[in-house]
Write a protein that binds this ligand. Structure first.
Ligand code: AVJ
Length: 320
């Protein structure tokens, strides 16, 4: 009903609900049980993530916003104005606001797996920026086989802030860059936020906040799985565990079973040993050089990079 009041917002639905169960169960049948981090983001998970971004220990959001704010004009000079901004995993669409007045895009295409949260955010944004043409697309961008349909013509800019890129293993990240080429449709570029290497204590603190919001966020994935895959996880049986894996250069988040028990998932019985974990997320950290090398192997070149004074976080503009 609310959407009727705003005429600069469109909504397109590509949510592939039917693949979820299979994908979820497949992760629990592996020797190291795992869950794709996209399953954090039901509506409640999206709200919890917004709380994480405001935590004192969670530096990425704060620093990235500062980089975008301090360099908005320089970013516009590199990326160009009048583009079609496409944002995979747009969530609350908070960061794009910082750039809208400088980038003056022809249209904004937020894409997110959490459809209701996406729509709420798009409506809010549309109300605040009445000149902005918004085409919200509910889709799982990790799945192949869909492409947004009603996108206006023009040079495209993929906006991928927040170091969401870091959730992917380097191999998958390369596949993702290939997918971006399809979004780019032959012209335009990618504005992407990448978290950088830093002392381990800072990394560990960012994923183990004192208020325990990250723990709630991690555990909430099990609530989402209970809904999506008719599972009967008892959250009290698991504990949050996050640590920096220096060999792999990534933060790992796990949910650790506190006792021997079994869970029913989509009609199958899955057993958990005491201390056995579900690997719920990896968050890879890069250097400006290691990131440039990675994107180069997918045919992208880094046109410009913006970094904060403490070299905690980076934003890059890539072109083919
Ligand atoms: C949204 C993937 C960038 O890896 O830092 C925050 C998600 N996980 N706290 C990250 C997250 C735990 C976040 N990304």
């Amino acid at each position: 009903p609310a959407i009727m009041e705003i005429d600069n917002v469109n909504f397109e639905n590509h949510q592939p609900v039917y693949n979820d169960k299979k994908e979820i169960l497949e992760g629990f049948l592996r020797p190291q049980k795992m869950l794709n981090p996209k399953f954090f983001y039901d509506h409640h998970g999206s709200v919890l993530f917004e709380k994480i971004t405001q935590l004192p220990e969670y530096y990425p959001t704060r620093i990235e916003r500062k980089i975008l704010k301090d360099n908005a004009q320089s970013i516009a000079d590199h990326c160009g104005t009048e583009t079609i901004i496409m944002e995979p995993g747009s969530g609350s669409s908070e960061k794009v606001r910082i750039l809208l007045d400088s980038l003056r895009p022809r249209a904004y295409v937020p894409m997110d797996i959490a459809g209701d949260f996406l729509l709420e955010s798009a409506i809010k944004l549309g109300g605040q920026f009445p000149w902005l043409d918004i085409h919200a697309v509910c889709a799982d961008f990790s799945q192949p086989g869909w492409i947004p349909e009603k996108i206006p013509e023009g040079k495209r800019l993929v906006f991928y802030p927040g170091s969401t890129f870091g959730n992917m293993q380097p191999e998958d990240a390369l596949d993702f860059l290939e997918k971006l080429k399809i979004f780019l449709n032959g012209s335009g570029g990618v504005l992407i936020g990448i978290d950088l290497h830093k002392p381990e204590a800072l990394l560990n603190a960012a994923y183990n906040d004192r208020e325990g919001i990250t723990a709630q966020f991690n555990l909430n994935a099990l609530n989402n799985i209970n809904q999506l895959a008719e599972a009967d996880f008892d959250l009290a049986n698991f504990e949050h565990h996050a640590f920096y894996n220096s060999n792999e250069q990534r933060i790992e988040m796990h949910l650790v079973s506190q006792r021997d028990h079994s869970v029913s998932i989509d009609g199958e019985t899955i057993t958990f040993g005491k201390n056995e974990s579900i690997h719920t997320e990896s968050s890879y950290k890069y250097t400006v050089d290691s990131f440039s090398t990675l994107v180069a192997s997918a045919g992208f070149r880094v046109v410009n990079s913006w970094v904060d004074e403490e070299v905690l976080f980076s934003v890059h503009y890539l072109e083919l």
